[in-house]
Design a protein around this ligand. Sequence first.
Ligand SMILES: [Ca+2]
Length: 580
Amino acid sequence: MNSRWAAELGERVCAFALVFLLGGGVALGSPKVTTKAQAGASGGAQQPKVPMAPVNVPPSQQTIPTVAAPPLPPVMTMMGPMTGTKEACEGLRSLKIEDTAIEAAGVVDTPRFNVPNSTAVYRNLPRFCRVVGVTRPAIRFEVWLPMEHWSGRYEVVGNGGMAGVVNYSSLAGGLRRGNATASTNTGHANLPGEGFDASWSMDKPELVEDFGHRALHLTTVNGKRLTREFYGRPAKHSIYVGCSKGGGQGLMEAERYPNDFDGIVAGDPAYNWTHLYAGAHLYYSQAVLKDPESYIQPAKVKILADAVNRACDGKDGFADGVVNDPFSCKVDLSQIACKEGEDVGGCFTPKQIEVVKKIWAGSKEENGKQFFPGLLPGGEGGANGWQAWVTGSAPYHGTHWRAADSFFRYMVMGDESYDALDFDYNREHDRKMLDRLAPMLNADDADLRPFMKRGGKLILYHGLSDPDISAVNTINFYQRVTEIVGPQTPGFARLFLAPGMQHCGGGPGPDAFDAVAAIQRWVDEGTAPEKIVASHYTEGVLDRSRPLCPYPQMAVYSGKGNAVEASSWVCKVSGGLAKK
Ligand SMILES: [Ca+2]
């Protein structure tokens, strides 16, 4: 009953295209990274965590503004109050913004901030003016404005999962960079702790529109206005930073509102939303939940991960647990298949082998066209790997299923009793119900020429071991941009693939890197990133660094120097990407 798309069987042959390279030094012995992007769901437990936004910012960037502070203008504005002061902050309460109520505006003097209705606390914050507002109908937003040492920049941060909360973690990150920073809940509140909750969308198409693009755009515009009023001058530059849903929001902005930002960082982007939900979240779930025999017990994920590493880890020259080139990785799954009479607890049954093949192959339409790409081999293990997303701790606990279940029940079908396992994209009614959401949710128009022409810069990144959204999906987007824009593409848009990184962080590969500093340099100085150095920490200790390279290059060992240091690696086109 679940033959939605004919899954391609047969050996997984990773023959896409890519590559990376580069070298660069990272100071070994840096302090512990604390803002490694938080990858999604915890092992399919009851409360999956949503990938909150971005960010991979090294600790050095977290507490010290990266840019020397320009002097604040000691002038009275025509508006009255002194700019950048307590009075100016509190004066923002009376600012008139269309359809918007400013609920609060005041200075946060302590270095810590307690998140409302939460136990979360952010420390080591500089003094800031905190503005809280609501734009009709229910777009809640906050803007945090540094009281001193403003970088002159304006930053908007994105969301994770189904959003529904202001992203305080990323607000804190932007503030520490010295940026005036804004975040929105995208127009609805989620059920507490349920990051993929879509029940708010039931029969509320206007809220879906807000979630899809309107809330972030209006917050961007309104936050710019507040920034200008507070400092008495507009920001020199505006940037956007987000991962997952946040990455998709970044592409939505570049496509639909190209004048909003000078620079955009879009990580692991959920951009073709309806395809992602039907062709990945649901498709992978339909495979693993098809019948009790198809379910892969979480303890078996390690068997698969080990088989992948045996086949492909060492091919890049280093058996370090990271498959650098999943596009050249072929895994003979018969090696983990149960032998006659073997205890099935330690091997894969024929049905389980079929599930792995389906997930690697991805979903297809009836005509054979790829609907959404499959996951790449590598990095399946660990708490944020397949165990979190694909298998869950038990059937129906994987995050792919949790996401699909709520989305199809409430947003697609508007029927609380709907069972998403029954969805079939090849059935006309089902396809229509899904596709009607595409204009509101999808950001898959690869014609980024308006954004390029206004001088916009785009950094895309994606973890090659992402068990949520296949990195191939982002490669496909970048290739489409290149087809439209041509050889000028790297002059304004670059894609960095991160080997061994899972969803927005985590995994065996280096996952701590500062894409924000790279976009700021590109925007401020016009210097395009030739590489971005990524670091890997084990229990807070830096043990490896590696350059991330602009697609289609990949990092290749130079042949000299210590392989754990980024300076020993160069960026060049090779491996599976070179063959594409
Ligand atoms: Ca390796």
